[in-house]
Ligand binder design. Structure first.
Ligand code: GLP
Length: 250
């Protein structure tokens, strides 16, 4: 596992945007796993900039988003479908049929989850999975406890997460949907490469727990320590509690 600590958030975003851009250029059929949240907006902004400058072609790229709220239609401004359109898909030359986000209003959610897993498999698996981290230590929406072999499924969102994400819902945690569809921890671990990004002091404690605490299903981000090609990119604030007592290779 590589841990990269940058001097400021912008350097962290640039570093990840470059990794993603390199993956898109390297492969003739790149398959990306994408994430949402405020942190990721910055990375998509840099990728859109590269595309608009003529330096990045998304025409052969396929993507799979980690998660979606249950009950929100793709047109809902708070849905992750809408987020992805707003921040990336509408601004680059990716084919709509190749940009996958779980359908939170599918009539049968279990069937939707099984189809999502099958679609990832049919695309040849994910080359590079982008990850953020929530206050509960979740990756995707894998709230504690989430089995490390879990697959795409319906989950109940933790109250901490509903509060954390309420800024998109008029600061009212009760308006944040109670359930979501998320790739499982096992689905995420199947990706050939993982890149987790965290910036800001608010992430310092959970980052330290994920990197130094027990590898445990109560902190799903700790699972990435089991992956043999994972990179963690932190700014100095997010790395400020990190004690660097880990025994694994950095
Ligand atoms: C949501 C997403 C997570 C993401 C988290 C971090 O909960 N489901 O995948 O890691 O947001 O969000 P932020 O970047 O806003 O802190």
């Amino acid at each position: 596992m590589n841990v990269i600590v940058t001097d400021n958030p912008e350097q962290a975003f640039q570093c990840i945007a470059d990794m993603i851009a390199n993956e898109i250029r390297r492969s003739s059929t790149p398959v990306l796993g994408l994430a949402t949240g405020r942190t990721m907006e910055n990375i998509y902004r840099l990728l859109v900039q590269q595309h608009k400058a003529g330096a990045l072609d998304f025409s052969d790229t396929t993507s799979f988003n980690l998660d979606e709220y249950v009950g929100l239609a793709p047109t809902d401004p708070n849905s992750y479908h809408h987020y992805m359109q707003d921040h990336l898909f509408a601004h680059v030359n990716m084919e709509a049929s190749r940009a996958h986000v779980p359908n939170g209003i599918a009539p049968e959610l279990e069937v939707e989850c099984a189809h999502y897993e099958a679609a990832i498999h049919a695309a040849g698996g994910i080359d590079l999975q982008l990850l953020g981290i929530g206050e509960t230590g979740h990756i995707g929406f894998n709230e504690p406890p989430s089995a490390f072999d879990s697959r795409t499924r319906v989950v109940h969102l933790d109250e901490v997460t509903r509060r954390q994400n309420s800024c998109m819902f008029d600061n009212d945690p009760d308006r944040v949907p109670s359930h979501a569809l998320t790739m499982g921890v096992g689905t995420i671990l199947d990706a050939r490469r993982l890149v987790l990004v965290a910036v800001g002091k608010g992430k310092a404690a959970i980052v330290n727990e994920a990197l130094n605490g027990p590898i445990s299903e109560t902190v799903s981000a700790s699972a990435i320590r089991l992956h043999d090609n994972a990179t963690i990119i932190l700014d100095t604030a997010a790395a400020s509690d990190w004690k660097r007592t880990t025994r694994w290779r950095c």
